[in-house]
Write a protein that binds this ligand. Structure first.
Ligand code: ADP
Length: 706
């Protein structure tokens, strides 16, 4: 049966003849009295023609057009009992008999093509028909589409206002549409376009509330854009704009998914339906299709049941049809704005200084990092600003090699198609800026100018210098003890010496080997600390005992110095790693001894810190403060800020004579900070120095530790 139907419907004859044969074929399977196909033929040119094909030998009773429209809008096959009536001469309808009715909307590719209907005697019924008819629907849709393509040109009388429900918009509505059309053509801004559509839909349909949402097909969501008339605190659509809603719930979502307009005259008759707003009785939703897909959806709500009928539906559909092109354009425009905005934010927030230059080196646009890195302080505001002139002029007092920047600018103009790079060195403050200059092209791929990308490489330069300095310091420090060790051992091996001389030489070898061992120790310590591999093994510890051990150990070195220890007996214990604290105090005491070659007093003082004496950024809590004072050579203010840097050694005749790696204080600082404490120093050149650091006093939690 289906195979035969397929053959008939796929035939070449006009649709009328094919339908005639199809109805004949159907009679073998279903006992119906008459049948009808209503379809909206879409011709190749814009325009729709309504066509109806009837089975032969039908009932003389007219078809109920209202019922046909209802089926067209409902979206599902409908079977019911109806009363057929005669059109009486007096103008009324005379009921004649009860009958069975089946109506099936023909949907295909997101579009309504027509309605297929059968009527039968009520005794015969159409119980077996729905299954067969639903199998026929795709074949019918294909046949209707094919028939539409055969239409030579839009037939006379098919107006723009014609709708699939066969309803033609009245002249008033058509005028409204034409007027909106003009406004829509002018609009580029998405928000204004959607607001206008919503406003007009509300005015023309009399709906009390409505909204427009964009459709996100990837996430299956509606993104609310504009809405009007919903109470603020009720219903799904009462949130703020950009609110996202799943398209699984609600009429708007269904309209977006199906790609066609839907109408619910009275929500109370469809209890399973959840309206967009709690008070809504009638709802109407229509998609705006762009390239066959719902790009946006309009939803209208009214607290009055039956507020919307086919007239409103037809108008909204026609409105949405007209909005398709302007919407597509506005979406593209919005996309362009969004991406420009996004790129603008990236441009503004990058730490790399960026400037777009025209072919003559004039700055067209620059980000904040650009002014910051060059230290321009708003001087770019002076328009026009040329890199070759204005930038060079402003930087002139600071440029270490002014010619270099000027040449870089002229070279860029001489060979506009090449990428160039340079490092600009500035003084006061010392700064190294790496400038990368790449050619830019316009949309026609023509050279348009250059993009300068400026990065601060001062730290990298500094690190490089430190590394070189380190290698030279370390090799010098290694070579000095090694040379004397080698020299003395060679002497001892090759010549005879008195026992006193031998003891003296061996002693020197021992001292130099100890220096070497200390250097290697420092280097290992430092690299472990720098790699973050050192974890403090903290316990509640009495600092008195550490002081005792250290002073005994250091006593041998104190020939010219007096050591004063000031530790109160009631000093609270600290929560520390014993070995590390020993190392901290040892480093500071040996420095105090080393850098006071003339002798003097060295004081080691410990007490609980009182509020106000700690640096401003010091963490809160209870702290032990340790201070080591000497009366040595002291440190100049400029050096005082740098002594914590690794490998930094104050360079003067005094310090040159005293050996060292410049690592001791940076290790000490890292060890103090491992405990959460801080270290700082005060000093006066020629008078002496004081170093201070803090160690935590345990809270209740730490006291309970084993
Ligand atoms: P070094 O191995 O050179 O002693 P440090 O890191 O321990 O390295 O110290 C860095 C520099 O700080 C030293 O070179 C020295 O110039 C200065 N310095 C450190 N402690 C003192 C001090 N107590 N008195 C004077 N200068 C000091």
């Amino acid at each position: 049966m289906l195979a035969e139907a397929t053959r008939i419907l796929a035939g070449e004859q006009p649709l009328q003849q094919r339908m005639h044969r199809l109805f004949e074929l159907l009679r073998a399977a279903v006992r119906f009295r008459d049948g009808r196909l209503t379809c909206w033929l879409q011709s190749a040119q814009p325009g729709t023609v309504r066509q109806q094909y009837y089975s032969a030998d039908g009932w003389p009773y007219p078809w109920d057009e209202g019922l046909t429209r209802k089926v067209a809008l409902s979206g599902a096959i409908e079977t019911r009992t109806i009363v057929v009536s005669n059109e009486a001469a007096l103008g009324g309808h005379l009921p004649v008999a009860q009958a069975s009715y089946l109506g099936a909307p023909i949907f295909w590719g997101g579009r309504l093509w027509g309605v297929f209907e059968l009527r039968a005697d009520s005794s015969a019924g159409l119980a077996s028909a729905p299954e067969l008819v639903s199998a026929l629907l795709p074949l019918l849709a294909a046949a209707i589409a094919q028939e539409g393509r055969r239409l030579p040109s839009p037939p006379a009388g098919a107006s723009d206002g014609e709708t699939p429900t066969g309803l033609t918009l009245g002249p008033g509505r058509q005028r409204q549409l034409a007027e909106i059309n003009e406004r829509l053509e002018e609009m580029l801004d998405l928000h204004s376009l959607l607001s206008l559509l919503l406003r007009r839909a509300l005015e023309s349909t009399g709906a009390e509330a409505g909204a427009m949402a964009l459709v996100d097909h990837t996430l299956g969501e509606l993104v609310l854009q504009v809405y009007e008339g919903y109470p603020d605190d009720r219903g799904a659509l009462s949130g703020q704009a950009r609110q996202r809603l799943s398209w699984e719930a609600g009429l708007a979502g269904r309209a977006a998914r199906l790609g066609r307009a839907l109408l619910i005259r009275d929500v109370t008759l469809q209890p399973e339906h959840h309206p967009a707003s709690a008070g809504a009785r009638a709802e109407l939703a229509a998609p705006i299709l762009v390239h066959g897909r719902a790009a946006a959806v309009l939803i209208l709500d009214s607290p009055r049941s039956n507020a919307f009928g086919e007239e409103e539906l037809a108008f909204v559909r026609a409105l949405c049809d007209r909005a398709a092109h302007p919407l597509s354009r506005a979406l593209h425009y919005q996309d362009a704005i969004e991406s420009a905005n996004y790129l603008g934010q990236v441009f503004a927030s990058l730490p790399t200084g960026l400037a777009l230059l025209d072919a003559n080196g004039k700055v067209l646009r620059a980000n904040p990092a650009w002014s910051l890195l060059w230290g321009l302080n708003g001087q770019t505001g002076r328009a026009p600003f040329h890199v070759g002139l204005d930038l060079v002029e402003i930087l002139l007092p600071r440029l270490q090699d002014p010619l270099r920047l000027t040449e870089f600018c002229t070279a860029g103009q001489r060979s506009p198609g090449t990428t160039q790079q340079t490092v600009v060195r500035l003084a006061n403050p010392t700064q190294e800026l790496q400038v990368l200059s790449v050619p830019t092209h316009d949309s026609q791929r023509q050279l348009s100018g250059r993009l300068w990308a400026v990065t601060d490489v001062t730290r990298e330069g500094e690190a490089d210098r430190l590394k070189t300095e380190f290698v030279s310091i370390v090799s010098h420090e290694l070579r000095t003890p090694l040379t004397s060790i080698l020299g003395y051992t060679e002497l001892l091996l090759n010549r005879e010496f008195s026992p006193d001389e031998r003891t003296q030489f061996i002693n020197t070898v021992y001292v130099e080997a100890s220096r070497l061992s200390q250097l290697v120790e420092d280097l290992l310590n430092f690299s472990r600390l720098e790699a973050g591999k050192v974890r403090p093994n903290q316990w509640v510890t009495s600092l008195n005992s550490i002081v005792h051990e250290l002073t005994t150990q250091l006593n041998t070195q104190l020939q010219r110095h007096r050591m004063l220890i000031q530790v109160p007996t009631n000093l609270p214990p600290a929560y520390v790693d014993r070995d590390k604290v020993k190392q901290i105090i040892f480093n500071l005491l040996t420095n105090a001894i080393k850098y006071s070659p003339g002798g003097g007093q060295i004081t080691l003082e410990m007490r609980e810190a009182v509020p106000g004496e700690l640096p401003a950024d010091h963490p809160q809590g209870r702290w032990v403060m340790v201070a080591i004072h000497d009366q040595g050579i002291g440190i100049a203010p400029d050096d005082l800020t740098r002594i914590w840097e690794r490998f930094y050694r104050v360079d003067n005749t005094n310090t040159r004579r005293i050996g060292g790696t410049g690592l001791g204080l940076s290790i000490t600082k890292a060890l103090v900070e491992l405990h959460g404490g801080r270290i700082w120093a005060r000093s006066e050149l020629g008078k002496g120095s004081s170093f201070f650091f803090t160690l935590p006093i345990p809270g209740e939690q730490a006291r309970r530790l084993p």
